[in-house]
Design a protein around this ligand. Structure first.
Ligand code: SF4
Length: 174
């Protein structure tokens, strides 16, 4: 815990710093305030410390974010018999439902739903949002009738992801 007194407006200002560098920003502000011999943190201190110590990290992250970041969620049941090769092949060759992506796209997550009714999806999407997630693909195994039935929960899974502001595409390799 800090021994400094944070003014309410200073805390509000700190919230404007992107979450991935907020902890670093808080430490930088406190160190800046202490080095000035103060015991209270003001809005001005937050702005000054941000400009001096954090801006570079935000700028780096902003240029990194130009890539489109995608993830695939797939069926827990089907994962027992499928290592996901077809999904990865399709992504690597930008085939089927990955056609629209160019080289400025990377897959940052590939995970199973956690079993009916997809209990793991929301939590993992939240984690990936912190890493700049743009799009989630529901794997083709969730969409197709075959050895396994279509996922009966896919509409709800889709709606839950879209409610977080993330685009959803149904399908991966066919
Ligand atoms: S929720 Fe859908 S994708 Fe997940 S295990 Fe059940 S059927 Fe498979």
């Amino acid at each position: 815990m800090s021994d400094l007194n944070w003014r309410e407006e200073a805390l509000e200002e700190l919230k404007k710093v992107p979450s991935f560098v907020r902890g670093m920003a808080r430490r930088a502000v406190e160190s800046y305030v202490k080095s000035n011999g103060q015991s209270e943190v003001t809005v001005g201190d937050v702005r000054a410390a941000r400009d001096k110590h954090i801006k570079f990290a935000e700028d780096d992250k902003a240029s990194e974010k130009k890539k489109t970041r995608i993830a695939v969620v797939r069926c827990e049941t089907v994962s027992e018999v499928c290592p996901g090769v077809a999904c990865f092949k399709a992504f690597n060759s930008r085939h089927a439902h990955f056609k629209e992506y160019d080289d400025d796209c990377e897959m940052i997550g590939y995970f199973t739903c956690g079993g009916c009714s997809g209990r793991r999806v929301s939590r993992l999407v939240d984690k990936l949002v912190d890493h700049g997630l743009d799009v989630v693909h529901l794997s083709s195994c969730m969409m197709l009738e075959g050895e396994y039935p279509k996922c009966p929960h896919r509409k709800q899974i889709r709606a839950n992801i879209e409610a977080k502001g993330i685009r959803v595409i149904e399908g991966t390799h066919h």
